[in-house]
Structures are given as structure tokens and as C-alpha cells.
Design a protein around this ligand. Structure first.
Ligand code: BGC
Length: 710
């Protein structure tokens, strides 16, 4: 198969003119490139890719491709980030951050599969997903798009999603944004990331290596720079590392206008010809939207400033992906019908995704809600589908529509509660807005209405959080608090002596100190997609049990960040003098209606040679009265090492279903050659010595056992 593809690619490449080759390396979108330029390029029929075209518009490109000499179809790329969500009517899944709470590789594969089916049915070929940046600085605007803070979790979930996207062979995945983009200094989007080579290998490249190993057909290079070198111009990180060292044989696309940014943003090139030379030499194979590239890249080759071999390498990679997708076949492979877009089958999977995405952070016994007669639902996010969806949906791109109403078959929390608690009396009032931008008079009126609604309620469900404007590109936040009067709303309700269940609908972890004080239970949903409201109602009434665990740590204070779990621990005092150490809800945390107890973990042998595989087993008992699913997490630490080691590193996890009163033994295989580190010279090394292994179900309490490597 590989040879057939390579043969096909070489045959086409040998016939191509320079203009046709550079055409393949150009990607444009109608909403970024001047209309006359767009139309002119479209007419040539030789443009390699378009983005943000929805399926019904793709046929408009057929004629020019047919008229062109070689009839090479373009790749249609789309930001299907959590479902094919730019298309109204398609399945909108929970955000990546929400999905990561599942710690469920199979679920992520299914989500990828469903998304790819809807994208393919819509006539498109390429999803710009998954995001493999790590959310270690919570101020960064794009935390919601990530799998959280841990590179092992991001590696596993990312690989699973890529497998799902590419399973049926119609759609290419895109691992992005290569790399270290989330680590921008100060959490400021696109700013420089100070990352040493050692840390790059130890943390940030790992999810991309997993993506390469999973066969991701494309990679998107980040807007950012690593220690002062823009990734788009970095031969070291793109060509030498990603392609040569890590073995990536697909193609690399720039991010939005990255070639242009080399000139007027990062100022490392004086004009587009120089930018084209820098980017292509670095190993970037396709230019997103910087449309002058089409002329300047040709010019650079004609002037002898750029070798045509580099162009051939790029075009070969692009054609290889097109060949793998069957786009170069005389008869294109059949795609799913449009009927499957947003179908019931897909929403069933979406419901499961929403269930697994919810995390129970606190419960003093108020949940599950039984025999409640009067429920007050309050809070600005109780009935706001736009806030619930988060970024990258038809609401957010291209036009934000903050007042969007939920449609048929889509559940806000209010709608879910009304449906599941149909025998109770449900009263609703918003209480306040998220941003607090209304007049003082309007604000008072809203608050009064909510307090009136709460008056005779048995329980209050307060749905608070953030809105789209507080997340996404260009939307980094310095203050990680609940904005507007949301904290006051919850506190005033509590003062009325009510039982309060706070449900969070938000893009990223926030400081919950005030909410925690005034809530009897707290549920985190992040951005839960179409079915979030129904899933939450089923969880609140106890029809379903919570299984989610946090993929990211919550901060005690906006200034007490970063607070990710796997830090170095040598730090005088270990904490700020005015804020507790660590995180109130750390990575791995999540409660259930069941209660799990762990035995001491046992190793198959206490001493092993480097290279051997040992097993670690732990017995988990469900001491609760309901069945549950526990995610057993395994961490390790090299006790003494030549470089600083992280306090703990996740090295395994497994979801296990255990009936009430039942037990399960979970066994992890540990290949000891995975216990290494990158030394000062960036060489991967496994040392002999003692290694601690920790098992945990909540990121707070650990049972440990020690292995000696000879
Ligand atoms: C984002 C990418 C996205 C691209 C295309 C950029 O601004 O950083 O994540 O895929 O736009 O929409």
C-alpha cells in the first residue's frame, strides 16, 4: 500500500511545474484573503487547500480543478474542534478539556470517529484537531481547547482521538499547535515560551510524538516561539526534530497568517520572500492564508535562493496525504450520507461523553437529589447554550451570538432539570449576568427576581461560570475569578438557609473559594456540549453516577499559578505566605456517589533489571452503596536523579467498573525503560536506583511501593 501511494505521488510530482507545486503549498480561506485574490487563486484550480468552507459550498471549487492540467483536488480543512461544530445541526461534543475528565481513551476514539463521519458527510477532508498544547498557565485563553495539564494524559487521549478521526480513511487529523504554545510567558497568547531543550523533550514534545506514532497525517505549527525562535522559522524544531528525529512523514501547515507574522509580528523577516524561505527551510509545508507566499516562494526558487528539493519534499508530503485519503483516485471513496449529521446515534455517544465529562468536586450529602418538590434554578449559565458550548462552534465563528437560544434536542442545564424532575415545581431566574455589564438598576432587578424564586425552594441549583468572551484566542485573563455578581448571588442564597448545588459551566478552572464556602455540592462541567444539561440532571438525581476526574488543577488564587501537580518540589517553604500550597481540586480529583478504598499496591518483583517489564497490582474496593466507575491513576518518581525530577509523573490510568460492595484488582504493566529522564545533554537515560510508584483515585491520597532497578 505504501509503495502504491509513493508511486502515485512520484508520478504526479514528476509532471508538476513550479507554479503547480507552490499552489499545493498554499491554503486560503474566504474570510481572510481579499475577495479578488481569493477568486483569482480559486480560478487557477491548483490551490492545495481551503479552510472554513462548509460542505455545501465545496462543489463551487470543482470546475476550476477540472479545468486545471493535473486535476488535483484541494483538501478542505475545518476547525472541527469538538464535533463538526461550525456547522449548525452537527453534533457538538463537550470541549477537549471536558472530554479529558473522562480519562477514557475509547470515548475519545469514538468522538473522533463520529466527528470525522460528520465532517466527511459534509464533503470535507481535514480537521484541525486535536490540540496537544498543555494547560499549565491557567491565564492562557485557550485552556478549554486542551486535554489539560499533563503530557501523559494528552498523549493517550490525543492518540485515541487521532485514531478515531482517521479510522475510516476519509479525514486527516492535525496535531496542533507544535509546540509549547500553551506555555507562553505570562499566559499571554502567542507570546514567547521559554522552554529549554531538556524540558521540551521531557514534557512538551511527548504528546506530539504520540500523535506521530498514532499516524497523524498533519501537524500545525504554533504561532509562538521557543526561547526567541518562531516555530514557523525553526529548522531545528520542525525539520530536524519533528520530521527527522520524531519520524513525522505527513505535512506541516502553518497557523493563521504565520508567514506574514514572521514579518510584521515577530520581525525575523523583512518581506514575504524572506519569510517564505525561512518557513520552507524550517520545514513548514503549507502556508495558511499568507497568500503572497504563492508568488514569493516561486520567486525565491527562480532566483536560486531556495532549493527546489525542499519544495519537492513539501509537495510530496501534501500529495501523500491526499493519496492516503483517496483524493487522487479516479473514483473517490464513498462517504457517509449527510443524514448522519447530528443523528440520534451520535447524540447517544454525545450523552455518554457529557456524563463522563462531569466532575463532582464537593458533596456534603445533598446529592443525589431525592424527593425534592420545589427546585429553584438560578444563575447566568443555566440557560445559555452559547456559554455551554464554549469556543469553536457556529455561535463563535465567525459571528459571536451571545444570546443564542437552545434548539430542539439540545439541553441546557435548565432544560435537563425540567425534563428529569418533571414532578417537581421548577422556578427559574437568571439572578445576574456573567460579565456584570448591565445597569445598576437592571442588575438589582435580576438579583431580586432570583432571591424571590429561591424563597420557597427545597434546593437551589446555581449555574455559574464564564462566557465565550473570557476564553479563546486574544482572551487571556489575569483574574481567574467568577466575574460579575455571581459569587454574591450564591452567597445571598446561602444566607437564606438554602441547600445550594453549584454547577459550573466554564471554559477553564477558576478560583472557587467563595463558591465552595456557600455550596453544599459543586459540579464542574466545563463546556459540556449539546447533551450536558440532560447528563447533569441525570447525575443530580442519581440516575447516573459521577465518574469524571480533573485533567487540570484548580488554583487557590489568580496569582498562585501555575499550580499544576507535577512541579519540582525544591522550593523554600513550599508555598506563598498568603495562600495555601497546592490546589484545592488537583489533577486527578473527582468524587462519586460510590466510595473507593485502595489496598497497598504490590509489585511483581521488588528488584528488576533496566529493560524488564514489571507489573503493579492494586485492589480497589467499592465501599459505597451504589455501583461506580473509578479511574485508578498510577504515578512514579525517580527517588534520586542527576536532574530535578517532578514530584510525581502520571504513567498509567485505568477506568474500572465496580459494583457496590465489590472489589477489582487493577494491574499495570510497567516497562522499566519508560522510567528514564532527559539528562543535561538531552539524552534519554534510565538510571539504576529506587523508584517510587503511587496509586491514587483523587490526586490527594496516595499509596506507594518502591522498585529497585539494577
Ligand atoms: C488557530 C488554529 C486554527 C486556525 C484556523 C488559528 O487562529 O490558532 O487553532 O486551527 O486559526 O482557523
Amino acid at each position: 500500500m505504501k509503495d502504491v501511494i509513493e508511486e502515485k505521488v512520484e508520478k504526479i510530482l514528476s509532471k508538476m511545474t513550479l507554479e503547480e507545486k507552490i499552489g499545493q503549498m498554499q491554503q486560503i480561506s474566504f474570510n481572510a484573503v481579499p475577495a479578488e485574490v481569493f477568486d483569482g487563486m480559486k480560478k487557477t484550480g491548483i490551490i492545495g487547500s481551503y479552510l472554513h468552507v462548509l460542505g455545501s459550498e465545496t462543489s463551487a471549487f470543482d470546475e476550476s480543478v477540472q479545468k486545471s492540467r493535473l486535476h488535483i483536488p484541494p483538501l478542505f480543512g475545518i476547525d472541527a474542534i469538538h464535533g463538526h461544530a461550525l456547522l449548525k445541526g452537527a453534533t457538538v461534543f463537550p470541549s477537549q478539556l471536558a472530554l479529558a475528565c473522562s480519562f477514557d481513551d475509547d470515548l475519545l476514539e469514538e468522538v473522533g470517529c463520529v466527528t470525522a463521519a460528520e465532517v466527511a458527510a459534509d464533503g470535507l477532508d481535514w480537521v484541525f484537531s486535536p490540540v496537544l498544547c498543555l494547560a499549565r498557565d491557567l491565564r492562557w485563553g485557550r485552556v478549554d481547547e486542551t486535554f489539560g495539564e499533563d503530557s501523559f494524559l494528552a498523549s493517550r487521549l490525543g492518540a485515541a482521538m487521532i485514531k478515531g478521526y482517521q479510522k475510516e480513511g476519509h479525514v486527516a487529523a492535525c496535531a496542533k499547535h507544535y509546540f509549547g504554545y500553551g506555555e507562553a510567558t505570562g499566559g499571554r497568547d502567542c507570546y514567547d515560551s521559554e522552554i529549554s531543550d531538556r524540558k521540551a523533550y521531557e514534557i512538551f514534545l511527548k504528546p506530539f510524538q504520540a500523535a506521530v506514532d498514532a499516524g497523524s497525517m498533519t501537524v500545525m505549527v504554533s504561532y509562538g516561539s521557543i526561547s526567541g525562535t518562531p516555530l514557523t522559522a525553526s529548522e531545528k524544531w520542525v525539520r530536524k526534530t519533528l520530521k527527522e528525529k520524531m519520524g513525522f512523514d505527513g505535512f506541516v501547515v502553518s497557523d493563521w497568517f504565520n508567514f506574514q507574522s514572521l514579518i510584521d509580528g515577530q520581525k525575523v523577516a523583512c518581506d514575504m520572500e524572506e519569510a517564505s524561505i525561512l518557513g520552507i527551510t524550517a520545514g513548514v509545508d503549507m502556508s495558511m492564508n499568507s497568500y503572497q507566499f504563492f508568488d514569493t516562494a516561486q520567486q525565491a526558487v527562480r532566483e536560486g535562493r531556495l532549493s527546489e528539493d525542499l519544495i519537492d519534499d513539501a509537495v510530496r508530503r501534501i500529495l501523500r496525504v491526499k493519496a492516503k485519503l483517496g483524493l487522487l483516485d479516479a473514483v473517490r471513496p464513498a462517504r457517509p450520507t449527510r443524514k448522519i449529521i447530528g443523528c440520534k446515534e451520535h447524540q447517544k455517544i454525545n450523552y455518554r461523553a457529557a456524563l463522563e465529562s462531569a466532575v463532582l468536586l464537593k458533596n456534603n450529602g445533598v446529592l443525589p437529589l431525592r424527593n425534592v418538590k420545589k427546585i429553584a434554578v438560578i444563575g447566568p449559565n443555566a440557560n445559555d447554550i452559547c456559554a455551554q458550548y464554549g469556543d469553536w462552534t457556529y455561535f463563535s465563528h465567525p459571528e459571536p451570538n451571545p444570546s443564542a437560544e437552545p434548539c430542539e434536542g439540545i439541553y441546557t442545564v435548565l432544560k435537563g432539570i425540567k425534563e428529569r424532575f418533571c414532578e417537581a415545581e421548577i422556578k427559574y431566574a437568571k439572578g445576574c449576568s456573567v460579565l456584570g455589564e448591565e445597569s445598576a438598576e437592571e442588575s438589582e432587578k435580576m438579583m431580586r427576581e432570583a432571591l424571590a424564586v429561591v424563597q420557597d425552594a427545597d434546593v437551589v441549583i446555581a449555574v455559574v461560570g464564564d462566557v465565550l468572551r473570557q476564553n479563546g484566542e486574544w482572551h487571556d485573563r489575569a483574574h481567574l475569578v467568577l466575574s460579575g455578581r455571581q459569587e454574591e448571588l450564591v452567597s445571598r442564597v446561602k444566607t437564606m438557609g438554602k441547600q445550594v448545588v453549584s454547577v459550573l459551566v466554564n471554559g477553564k478552572p477558576l478560583v472557587l473559594t467563595a463558591i465552595e464556602k456557600n455550596s453544599d455540592a459543586i459540579v464542574e462541567t466545563f463546556n459540556g456540549g449539546d447533551m450536558c444539561g440532560l447528563a447533569i440532571a441525570d447525575l443530580l438525581c442519581g440516575k447516573e453516577n459521577f465518574t469524571g476526574k480533573l485533567p487540570v488543577s484548580f488554583p487557590y488564587d489568580s496569582a498562585a499559578t501555575p499550580c499544576y501537580y507535577n512541579q519540582y518540589d525544591y522550593w523554600h517553604g513550599g508555598k506563598y505566605i498568603d495562600v495555601p500550597a497546592g490546589s484545592p481540586y488537583p489533577f486527578g480529583f473527582g468524587l462519586s456517589y460510590a466510595w473507593f478504598e485502595y489496598s497497598e499496591p504490590v509489585l511483581s518483583k521488588g528488584t528488576a533489571n533496566i529493560g524488564e517489564t514489571v507489573t503493579l497490582s492494586v485492589e480497589v474496593k467499592n465501599c459505597g452503596e451504589v455501583d461506580g466507575i473509578e479511574t485508578v491513576q498510577l504515578y512514579f518518581r525517580d527517588k534520586v536523579c542527576k536532574v530535578l525530577t517532578l514530584v510525581r509523573s502520571l504513567i498509567g490510568y485505568e477506568r474500572v467498573a465496580i459494583n457496590a460492595g465489590g472489589r477489582a484488582v487493577v494491574t499495570f504493566e510497567i516497562p522499566t525503560d519508560r522510567l528514564g529522564y532527559y539528562n543535561e545533554n538531552c539524552e534519554y537515560t534510565v538510571d539504576s536506583g529506587e523508584f517510587d510508584f503511587f496509586v491514587s483515585g483523587d490526586g490527594l491520597r496516595f499509596r506507594s511501593v518502591c522498585l529497585t532497578l539494577l
